[in-house]
Ligand binder design. Structure first.
Ligand code: K1U
Ligand code: ZN
Length: 180
């Protein structure tokens, strides 16, 4: 298995719309394993292939707190291939979201509370299910990545500019160029 590099905002590859996965090949299964390892190492609770510079519609999610001691040692991430949201609740909920591509920045984002989704699993089987709570938030955040959308795009101009300014400052402090 390999740890993959996570693209950081404002990398333009984060804005590309990902193409569907045509078939669950051994290469895709290897990518799933590498993405899961990368997500656990980050640590994070989700990762979209777009974030590791692979423009394909593939997501891994594991809500078990990666920093919690004594969690289940057997790691089994949810795998969503070509996920689609087919129903959204009218009720909406706010969650303080983070993003591995915008490190150390969090913002309250409002989204539909519950969603029904269709996807293909890692064995190539069609699946459908309804999600609420953090799973609903995380799946919507990851599907946004597949469409080139970042959580900051859901903020008002004023709030987005504040987050972007903090990203610029953090990059400057780390000695990285601040091309935004
Ligand atoms: O897609 C990503 O950038 C991953 C992101 C997923 C996410 C988090 C919160 C709301 C919506 C989507 C993260 O995993 S950010 C890191 C994080 O949430 C976390 C890190 C360590 C322990 C627990 C959570
Ligand atoms: Zn993200």
């Amino acid at each position: 298995m390999a740890l993959l590099q996570i693209l950081a905002y404002p990398d333009p590859r984060l804005r590309k719309i990902a193409a569907p996965v045509a078939a669950v090949t051994p290469e895709i299964q290897r990518l799933i394993r590498d993405m899961a390892e990368t997500m656990y190492a980050a640590p994070g609770i989700g990762l979209a292939a777009v974030q590791v510079a692979v423009p394909r519609r593939l997501v891994v999610i594991d809500l078990q707190d990666p920093e919690e001691e004594g969690g289940d040692p057997v790691k089994r991430p949810f795998v969503f291939i070509n996920p689609e949201i087919v129903e959204r609740s009218a009720a909406r909920k706010v969650y303080n979201e983070g993003c591995l591509s915008i490190p150390d920045q969090y913002a309250e984002i409002e989204r539909p509370d519950r969603v029904r989704a269709r996807w293909i699993d890692e064995q190539g089987a069609r699946r459908e299910g309804e999600f609420d709570g953090l799973m609903s938030v995380c799946l919507q955040h990851e599907i946004d990545h597949l469409d080139g959308i970042l959580f900051i795009d859901h903020l008002s101009r004023l709030k987005r500019d504040m987050v972007v300014r903090k990203v610029v400052k953090a990059r400057r402090e780390r000695g990285q160029a601040a091309i935004l």
